[in-house]
Design a protein around this ligand. Sequence first.
Ligand code: NAD
Ligand code: GLY
Length: 372
Amino acid sequence: MTGLAQTGPVGTLTIDLGERSYPIDIGSGLLADPATYDGLPGARSAVIVSNTTVAPLYAARLRAALAGRYAQIHEVQLSDGEEHKNWQTLQQIFDTLLTQECDRKTVLYALGGGVVGDMTGFAAACYMRGVPFVQVPTTLLAQVDSSVGGKTAINHPLGKNMIGAFYQPRLVVCDLATLDTLPARELAAGLAEVIKYGPIADMELFAWLEQHMDALLARDRAALAHAVRRSCEIKAAVVGADEREAGLRAILNFGHTFGHAIEAGMGYGVWLHGEGVAAGMVMAAELSQRLGMVDAAFVARLRALIERAGLPVHGPVIDERDNAGRYLELMRVDKKAEAGEIRFVLIDGPGRALMRAAPDALVREVIDTCCT
Ligand code: NAD
Ligand code: GLY
């Protein structure tokens, strides 16, 4: 399903989606290398979409690398933060595309974390009914998850990522060197999505993470390269088999049903996405245990790894009067819910996930136990 063009942690993976297939390049210094972008369709103009934090760090280097390819390169700097992942911010991208008279060959470059990537991808899907875009992820979370697979979206006050499209990029450029400037809290948030791949698909990766967590937290380049490559391999295989989430792809949402409720319930940007996923994975594992699908030792092992990554293992109290009721209310807006019934990604033995509903009383018990 996927193959490495080069052996070792760096190299090129291919995500196999027929005519929508594309490469994921992993390495150090790729962003600033003009050769990285060979193979993309020709165009008169490109637009670099970034934010006020990432653009000052990396936009000039990307612009220089692209200078020989386009007659015009425009830039949009969005406000930074999950709380800006909305219609108003999206409109800024369309304003630039239209005022600069960008045509339907214009290539959009998403330079930043998952927020910039999700919004740029959605803008690319909509502008003139679809223009090409490239993901240049600069957070660990975006390199191991959000830049791959073509899910694009913005948030609605009532629900996370509720408005969006499946729209694949033409290329993903994971430049590991950009992770040097990432704040420690953001690095940890990215590790949540790496840890996620263990319980759902690959307990070998999980054991590797147990051995190499200190190296990852110290930003050891080789350790990061392995984590990014293995995560992208798993994600590429899952997306290659189920691009539009008819079934299998939902396992990538392990921890996300609780996590999205935390993000929306606390107000976007208060808890980082990865932090919500971390606490959400513990809650989903607890629920799996109560349903007799995994044992207590597995839940303890998962909790210990999440804690070592510096991530929360308890959810927040988002409503003092009826906390579990509020979680349930928010989780009913989840995209996996069917006819108002919440469907959770649960662990059916280490390394295997499935999606199923659970009795409200059991879910309430988990929330009451796991929130402090
Ligand atoms: P983010 O995009 O908000 O980035 C985190 C912070 O790091 C921001 O302040 C950003 O400006 C800063 N930053 C980015 N790169 C930096 C760098 N190299 N150096 C210094 N600072 C840097 O958050 P994120 O964790 O990357 O992404 C979270 C988003 O991704 C959420 O909105 C989530 O819903 C989405 N997501 C989408 C998918 C998908 O499949 N599309 C999957 C997982 C998550
Ligand atoms: N992050 C979930 C997915 O891409 O399907």
